[in-house]
Design a protein around this ligand. Sequence first.
Ligand code: ADP
Length: 641
Amino acid sequence: MILCLDKLFLIIISYLKENYIMSTENFEFQAEVGKILNIVANSLYSEKEIFIREYISNASDACDKLRYESLQNRKISNSEELKVLITFSKKTKTINIIDNGIGMEKEELIKSLGTIAKSGTEEFIKKLETNKEKNIDQIGKFGVGFYSGFMVADKISVLSRKAGSKTSWKWTSDGKGGFNLKEDASHKIGTKVTLKLKDDADEFLESIRLSNVIKKYSDHINYPVSLLDEDDKGGKEEKINQSLALWTKNKNDLKKEDYENFYTQSGLNYDKPWKIFHNKNEGTINFTNLIFIPSEKPFDLLHADKKINIKLYVKKVFITDNCESLVPKYLRFLVGIIDSEDISLNISREMLQNDPVLSKIKNNIVKKVLLELEKESKKNKEEYGKFWENFGSTLKEGIHEDFTNKESILKLSMFHSSSQKSWTTLNEYVERMPESQKEIYYISGENKENLMKSPQMENFIKNNVEVLFFTDSIDEFWLPNIDNFNNFKFKSVTKGDIDIKQSSSNKDNKKNNYKNFEKLIAYLKSFYGKKVKDVKVSSRLTNSPVCFVADDSSMDIHLENILKKHKHLNEISAKILEINPEHNLIKYLNKIDTTDKKNLSKVVTISNLLLDQAKLLEGIPLDDSKMFCDKLNDLILESIK
Ligand code: ADP
């Protein structure tokens, strides 16, 4: 009788707990999550199976995290074999993805499965909404893979207990406005995700279909992934994957497809690798690297918070995928794995940053990658050009940041130029230089097309003198650190005096011109005052009447514009205005008497318009745009009178 009362009491308590004490809390999804869900739920995407990949990958990450935490913290035990189990039932129309990994606390569930933290997701959403991005397949890249489950399910629940915690939580959502959370004591370890499948997703309740998809996406998952049919009473868990640690295999036993499968299955990237570096390094430091250069540019390559996607393992045990000291930032496009025996398994992530073994591994990886790139650039320029399009501007950051390797990176660098259709290296440029040319000419700006139209380029183009185009912002930053290339100094065509070797008769002409224009120069200098640094006769111009240049000791005009745009400079400094003695407008100004009062208004208008033109060509804002437009309109009216 006492026993019966006890039982009854327990039932009442658990009923009360379930319905009153463990009350359900409701949450709304962050607006971005709502958008993703809307797109995902209505997607006609044919490869809906990718949700399996995303969930297996989350489960495997959770196992990695538990293994690492148990090495750091004795209170967290990892006595069970870490694994992923996928169960399904036709009767209940459900699939479960179960892991015994790290689990999630209440706050983590709210944050991880209700908000989006990764930058760049907004762009992805926009592309999906406007239908520019057809690849829902890429969802995992944006840190929102979990929501792909709503392509096939109309309800998802996540039962989870964080390792070391005494409580577990159940997260439930129909993927519409929000989710709810309640305590659920029944769950003991890891995470169990349950998908209640939509009617049109029955295919994922077929054992064959499921095991094929699991095989496709999980052969390279480090933990066993098994499948179980819940409706089959005598059924057993069947291990589906090979759980290979590919990098530990002998390179000669591996095929290109093995590497490619590993690359996509381990969530490194979704394109095809452009280059693969698989090496077992033995000697003072022992480590294995399996590193890839992607063939496509990752969306977040230029984001400030771009993580370096290199996973560090110690004797096959995952340690971290967030280790800044494994490769330099300018090689952040590399993805892959480094596994070393020479690091202690118990090392904390914080201590890793200062570990000397890591800095040796880093040096080795940098040398290896640069050497391979050099070989590729010589072997197949077209292929190397594809790499350069994607990652050239990132690699060039190394010329600025890596003192030891700056020369090698400079040699690997390619540029567009005024005379070449495709990329050119500095070596090739120097080889093409005529003997009389003593400097490497360059011009900085946004793109090749605009630079070709720069007034400062006119005489170079006319005289077939090749000029390199520095179109990446980073070029402005490495240039001051590099004194020369093969003993040739870099010379900006928008700075200082330029001596384009021309026929001697031309040179004489210029001298005559200069003398003839002294009076006009004196007038313009006094008229512009502090608005210009100087006025000079130009040797660069052929078509335009004027252009701005900086003197040799000043900052490049383009760099100044960039700094001003990003508010690192308050104002643009005064420039040297060069005038073209061959231009009719300048000839006209030179002829009329600037001191005569009846010419005053005309001379003032022309002088102002000339200065404004020079500014417009450099993208420098005008002091008074309204006045510029008024004067221009007056002149147009006059010409059509
Ligand atoms: P991503 O895995 O790229 O971060 P997801 O949307 O797939 O993006 O998952 C969001 C987050 O939810 C994960 O980063 C992880 O913190 C958490 N999470 C998802 N599934 C699990 C799981 N099985 N175990 C522990 N944490 C998980």
